[in-house]
Design a binder for this molecule. Structure first.
Ligand code: PEP
Ligand code: MG
Length: 640
């Protein structure tokens, strides 16, 4: 496939292979968190423990836990000039501050755990925090930068290895096993904190899931969207992280891949031990570590029931998405990666309503050129056999860090800016015409293979739509001059409505755009000022908050008045409970993760539009989110 992750060129230096003593450190650090937690808790008890998180991808999974193995951070710079000592010190301070922030956050979130779990995990995190204070490690790293002109990351690895060696030198085999385990644990902790520092210094972007055993439950502190894009859903039973929000792009990816997942399960990554088994309930948002026999039996039943339910839904595949009173609804799927194509075809979706092209740019070191992009889009368009494909141009920003763009100097380091409010989406593309033009050219060339629409992300002004259309037409003229085959009539150019500003100026935007696609994920985040990928504010992230629903209604009505196509492609579209409301608001096109398509179709086939309209009218009069929730839960009992 054209957008497989590229491998790292051999020319990028890894840190020199350390001497044997260091290798022990590297190995033990790599084995974290298993070795770490094992050393803490010993081999004795495997009691059942329940963790709560955010349910992000339905289904139940049972399997051995597997901690993410982070590859060695790639260190490209080993030595510095004397003149750079100050700057290197500043880099080190920034990495320490970032590491402390990460650890403080993990520490604070332990409060949700039962006391005995807290008292087990907290000391470990506290030990890491102490090591980043005025410790031997930090003093030694500073000295190595200043006296031997090592780069900060090389200094961290070298100093950590020296400390670990010194600790293990005390490991006299005659010592009691408990003391030996204590020494080993301290050496591991040094390795672990060094790896965190180096990761933060190098912004190490790649994770390796190569060693992931088949049927395992992947457990990580955090998983970035680019990491999620590397997962192979056919080998993985489930995913759990300590960080993350319900509609962040990692959650979106996991749903798209159909992998049962719970995010924001505080403490789990630090509590698990090698050999532990977990039950992940991606519908309830719970994780049971070391389930007792009864729990396991219930979980096995749930796995079977879920598989049966999926089976039942496949029968809907060929049936049309038409209401009881004959109103047809366009049901499409969102796509991030080509691996989802078979799921989309099986789901019965009629086309792709949102192709998130960001994932084409992730996990590679160079920006894909026009030929590579054309091939990728063409493959997808052809796979849909004449069903429409809406290709969204690159939406850089938010939590979607794209290393190739950073390496090419196209975007600033994401951590240095506010990625949600900065040069996101169309704003970046209009500032970087070469990036925009290349992508538009590729889309236009692929659009001879089937019906395509082009979608602009993060639009907030009519000026942006006009400017984008100018670029679009210029690219088309250039391609024609070049003799490339592109459609005579250019594919429609639409916009995402995903900020309150865009929703409230939808009437003006409708004069410029050919269609709207309402992105309720960002619309919710920006309306309620809640980071969609942040576990700490996850309870505040509410896509059915009346403010969000009113913006959806306003934008939909503006489009309908202009007789302009309007779709919803945010996660709201995937919730079957909300289907009657969305139909009642006048929406006739929905795009969602493939696994939601049959469930939503089932609801569509069971309702009458009149009842939906009455329901929406009554619901939109409400301002109380709890009342709205109750009405949505009650639909059918009164209106259906
Ligand atoms: C949205 O914001 O609702 C959307 C569909 O776009 P994304 O999730 O890719 O930001
Ligand atoms: Mg969005």
């Amino acid at each position: 496939m054209p957008w497989q992750p590229s491998s790292r060129p051999a020319s990028m230096n890894r840190i020199e292979p350390p001497p044997p003593q260091h290798q022990r450190l590297a190995r033990s650090a790599l084995a974290a968190p298993e070795a770490r937690t094992d050393a803490h808790t010993g081999p004795e008890r495997r009691i059942e423990r329940l963790f709560h998180g955010i349910a992000v991808s339905a289904g139940v999974a049972i399997g051995p836990v597997f901690g993410t193995i982070e590859p060695d951070a790639v260190i490209t710079k080993q030595k510095i000039q004397a003149a750079d000592i100050g700057a290197e010190g500043t880099r080190l301070e920034a990495a320490i501050a970032q590491s402390l922030k990460q650890l403080a956050k993990l520490r604070a979130r332990l409060a949700v755990l039962p006391e005995e779990s807290q008292s087990e995990i907290a000391p470990l995190i506290d030990a890491y925090i102490r090591m980043l204070g005025p410790s031997r490690l930090v003093r030694g790293v500073r000295r190595r930068i200043e006296e031997t002109l090592l780069s900060a990351e090389t200094a961290v690895m070298t100093e950590a290895a020296a400390i670990a060696d010194a600790i293990m030198a005390q490991a006299d085999p005659a010592l009691p096993a408990e003391d030996l385990a204590g020494l080993r644990r301290r050496a591991d902790e040094i390795g672990e904190i060094a790896r965190r520092l180096v990761r933060n210094l190098t912004r190490s972007p790649f994770r390796s899931f190569a060693g992931l055993p088949e049927g395992a439950i992947l457990v990580a502190e955090a998983l970035r969207p680019a990491d999620a894009a590397l997962l192979d859903p056919s080998r993985l039973a489930g995913v759990v992280t300590e960080e993350g929000g319900a509609d962040g792009h990692t959650a979106v990816m996991l749903r798209a891949l159909g992998v049962p997942a719970v995010l924001g399960a505080a403490g789990l990554a630090h509590a698990m031990r090698p050999g532990d088994v977990a039950v992940v309930d991606g519908t309830a948002g719970t994780v049971v570590l070391n389930p007792a026999a009864l729990t396991l039996t219930a979980a096995r039943k749930a796995v079977t029931a879920f598989a049966r339910e999926r089976q039942r839904y496949t029968r809907l595949r060929r049936l049309p998405a038409v209401t009881q009173d004959g109103v047809a609804v366009e049901l499409q799927a969102n796509l991030e990666l080509p691996v989802e194509l078979p799921l989309i075809v099986q789901s019965g979706a009629v086309g792709i309503g949102l192709l998130r092209t960001e994932f084409l740019f992730m996990n590679r070191e160079t920006i894909p050129d026009e030929a590579v992009q054309t091939e990728s889009y063409r493959t997808i368009v052809e796979a849909m056999h004449g069903d429409p494909v809406t290709i969204r141009v690159l939406d850089w920003g938010g939590e979607k860090e794209i290393e190739a763009l950073t390496l090419a100097g196209v975007v600033p380091e994401i951590a240095d800016t506010n990625p949600a409010l900065g040069l996101r989406g169309i704003r970046l593309l209009l500032r970087r015409p070469e990036l925009f033009e290349t992508q538009l050219a590729a889309i236009l060339r692929a659009s001879v293979a089937g019906p395509v629409r082009v979608l602009l992300p993060m639009v907030t002004t009519v000026g942006e739509v006009r400017a984008a259309r100018e670029v679009y037409e210029r690219v088309a003229r250039r391609l024609r001059r070049r003799g490339e085959r592109i459609p005579e009539k250019l594919p429609p150019l639409g916009i995402m409505i995903e900020t309150p500003g865009a929703a409230l100026s939808a009437d003006a935007l409708a004069l410029e755009a050919d269609f709207f696609s309402i992105g309720t994920n960002d619309l919710t985040a920006y309306t309620l000022a809640v980071d969609r990928a942040e576990s700490d504010v996850a309870e505040l992230y509410d896509p059915i908050h009346p403010a969000v629903l009113r913006l959806v209604q306003f934008a939909t009505e503006a489009a309908l008045r202009m007789r302009m196509p309007v779709a919803i492609c945010g996660e709201l579209a995937a919730a079957p409970k909300l289907t009657p409301l969305l139909l009642g608001l006048g929406v006739r096109s929905l795009s969602m993760n493939a696994s939601a398509v049959p469930k939503v179709k089932q609801v569509i086939r069971s309702v009458q539009i009149d009842a939906c309209v009455r329901f929406a009218r009554r619901l939109m009069e409400q301002a109380d989110p709890e009342r709205i929730r109750a009405m949505i839960d009650g639909f059918g009992r009164v209106d259906g």
